[in-house]
Design a protein around this ligand. Structure first.
Ligand SMILES: NC(=O)c1ccc[n+]([C@@H]2O[C@H](COP(=O)([O-])OP(=O)(O)OC[C@H]3O[C@@H](n4cnc5c(N)ncnc54)[C@H](O)[C@@H]3O)[C@@H](O)[C@H]2O)c1
Length: 247
């Protein structure tokens, strides 16, 4: 029996691939046989180097539509097509209790988490639609369903779920699937930047499984949604949250 990877021969574009969930997913994509373009403001080169082989890096800001278009066009010029996009870059810059009057933080969060994601989807769908094939996974959050975070972050992640559903309906007949990953508390850049060890314990206790996820556990769900094994799944926001939303 020949073993094949779940993503053998596929090409993938990953934003936020320089850290946390994005980096773990780039590595899992490559393990499953995909060629990966790692995109990030920071850390993309390190991820691509860690993968080796066909992976390469682009340093970009997802709010810069010229840079995003150029990166996606470059991937297609190099590999012939874009099969998978993992739109994962995001920021969480608010304190949930204290930042209700900070329109500047709200605007910046919406600019990156929502407008930036839209910019990426436009660039990707421009190639996927004529090819009538593709799988997009957008990173939302449990904050796409609950209000436990700052206003901009909660609004932005609800919006990511909405964008995902809207794109899934619009492109279903064109053979393109669009789903969302809704992580619960997960170790990585964002979590370690925002929490000290004591507050991490409190966060862990808020989950029925009483622990915080490793980014690799999120990556496995993304591999599945991105792969042909999820061929009948579209428009779905999938929680990988240790039971947080079930509580
Ligand atoms: N870690 C968690 O607990 C958690 C929970 C729910 C949702 N999420 C979501 O998961 C995603 C990944 O988060 P993470 O925990 O791996 O955090 P992280 O900070 O490790 O990774 C986010 C990456 O996005 C990049 N990025 C930010 N703004 C960018 C921009 N404008 N252009 C390009 N890249 C940009 C950062 O440089 C960083 O490498 C985010 O969308 C986040 O909202 C995380």
């Amino acid at each position: 029996m020949t073993l094949v990877g779940m993503l053998d021969g596929k090409t993938a574009f990953v934003t936020g691939g320089g850290s946390g969930i994005g980096r773990a997913t780039c590595i899992a994509f490559a393990r499953e046989g995909a060629k990966v373009l790692v995109a990030d403001l920071d850390g993309a080169e390190e991820t691509a180097t860690a993968i080796g082989g066909d992976a390469y890096a682009v340093t970009l800001d997802i709010t810069d539509h010229v840079a995003v278009d150029a990166a996606v066009d470059g991937l297609v010029a190099r590999w012939g097509r874009i099969d998978i996009a993992f739109n994962n870059a995001g920021i969480n810059i608010e304190n949930k209790r204290d930042h209700w009057d900070r329109l500047d933080l709200f605007d910046r969060t919406m600019e990156v988490n929502v407008r930036g994601m839209m910019i990426c989807m436009i660039a990707e769908l421009r190639h996927m639609a004529p090819a009538r094939s593709g799988s997009i996974v957008n990173t939302a959050s449990t904050a796409g369903f609950s209000g436990i975070a700052g206003p901009g972050y909660v609004a932005s992640k609800h919006a990511v779920v909405g964008l995902t559903r809207s794109a899934a309906l619009r492109y279903a007949e064109e053979g393109i699937r669009v789903n969302a990953l809704c992580p619960g508390a997960t170790f990585g850049g964002m979590m370690s930047k925002r929490h000290d060890p004591e507050s991490l314990k409190v966060k862990a206790r808020a989950n029925p499984v009483n622990r915080i996820a490793d980014p690799e556990e999120l990556a496995e769900a993304v591999v599945f949604m991105a792969s042909d094994r999820a061929s009948y799944m579209t428009g779905h926001p999938m929680a990988v949250d240790g039971g947080f939303l079930a509580a």
